[in-house]
Design a protein around this ligand. Structure first.
Ligand SMILES: [Zn+2]
Length: 317
């Protein structure tokens, strides 16, 4: 596969995740609006889930955009900043939610059998059902794009969407049953189920952002495989190979000493060869940065050769 094709695949992946993010933002705003207007804790919990999922999709989208620039250096700065902001936003959303949740549970404990439920209109299930349809559409386009590009990250996204369809079905049933029976236990059960689904996303956000902020080194075995493949190449000496995991894929930085007299064309060819080599080792490597440095040892020998020539010239004149 050519570099152009790899980059086109990643760009397609980026576009589909961008569409999914827009769907999530629509779902998130709708849930918030109805949660705010009615005070339903079930919808409010669902909103938190949508918001965290949208953050995750935003992270994936930015990462795919950055890796799709196959020949550009990977912008770690943007990734760090983005991860930090997402982590901050998610923690704020969760903290505000926890306060409301504690208040809600407190209310049940204080009022016992006289507790009034917060979800009283069965038609609110139309909101959660609509959310389910949005998620189903997201699932379809992610699965279709995965079949085309085989990008593993899209697979984990569509499996997540599948889980979320179940989440919205449970929320919809919970809304109808709570509104009809006015039972606080049914409402609490639905909220806890919703929280369980949200927790899955929260764990992902925290794991992904913390990992990319502190720069956890990924897979020692993969690093070893890359090093042994590259050491087979002519005229290069490895300074360092760095393998970082972002979400479900890897970014590799190959730092090499090369012959200082190598031409730009030769280096470009070498770069392409190394990128393909890495992709051949693992499909999960989405981006390869190749850094060239003049080999100090060869530099010395060139200098020596030059000064020898110079001396010879002096001797002749
Ligand atoms: Zn989710």
């Amino acid at each position: 596969m050519s570099l152009h094709e790899i980059s086109a695949k990643l760009r397609d992946g980026y576009r589909v995740v961008r569409t999914v993010l827009i769907l999530s933002l629509v779902g998130m705003v709708a849930e918030f609006l109805f949660a705010y207007l009615t005070g339903s804790m079930i919808l409010y919990t669902d909103f938190v889930h949508w918001a965290i999922d949208a953050s995750l999709e935003f992270m994936t989208m930015i990462a795919l955009y950055l890796v799709s620039k196959t020949l550009k250096r990977f912008s770690w700065g943007i990734l760090y900043l983005e991860s930090f902001l997402i982590l901050l936003t998610s923690i704020s959303i969760i903290s505000v939610y926890i306060i409301s949740f504690v208040e809600y549970v407190n209310n049940i404990v204080l009022n016992g059998g006289n507790t009034k439920v917060t979800t009283v209109n069965p038609f609110l299930s139309l909101v959660t059902l609509a959310g389910g349809f949005l998620t189903f559409y997201a699932f379809l386009i992610l699965r279709k794009e995965y079949a085309k590009t085989r990008l593993e990250i899209l697979k984990s996204e569509y499996i997540h969407a599948l889980i979320d369809i179940a989440a919205s079905a449970i929320a919809s049933i919970g809304v109808v049953v709570t509104a009809l029976t006015r039972s606080p236990s049914v409402e609490l059960l639905t909220i806890v189920a919703g929280l369980f689904f949200a927790l899955h996303s929260i764990a992902n956000v925290i794991e992904d952002s913390v990992k990319s902020i502190i720069g956890v080194e990924g897979d020692k075995e993969l690093k070893y495989d890359i090093m042994s493949e590259i050491s087979g190449l002519e005229n290069v000496r490895i300074k360092n190979v760095d393998v970082r995991k972002i979400g479900s894929f890897y970014i590799v930085t190959v730092d090499l000493y090369v012959d200082p007299s190598a031409t730009l064309l030769e280096l470009n060819k070498l770069r392409t060869r190394i990128i393909k080599l890495c992709r051949g080792i693992s499909e999960m490597i989405y981006h390869v940065d190749v850094v060239f440095r003049p080999d100090p040892e060869k530099y010395k020998s060139i200098k020596k050769a030059k000064s020898r020539k110079g001396r010879k010239r002096e001797q002749i004149s």
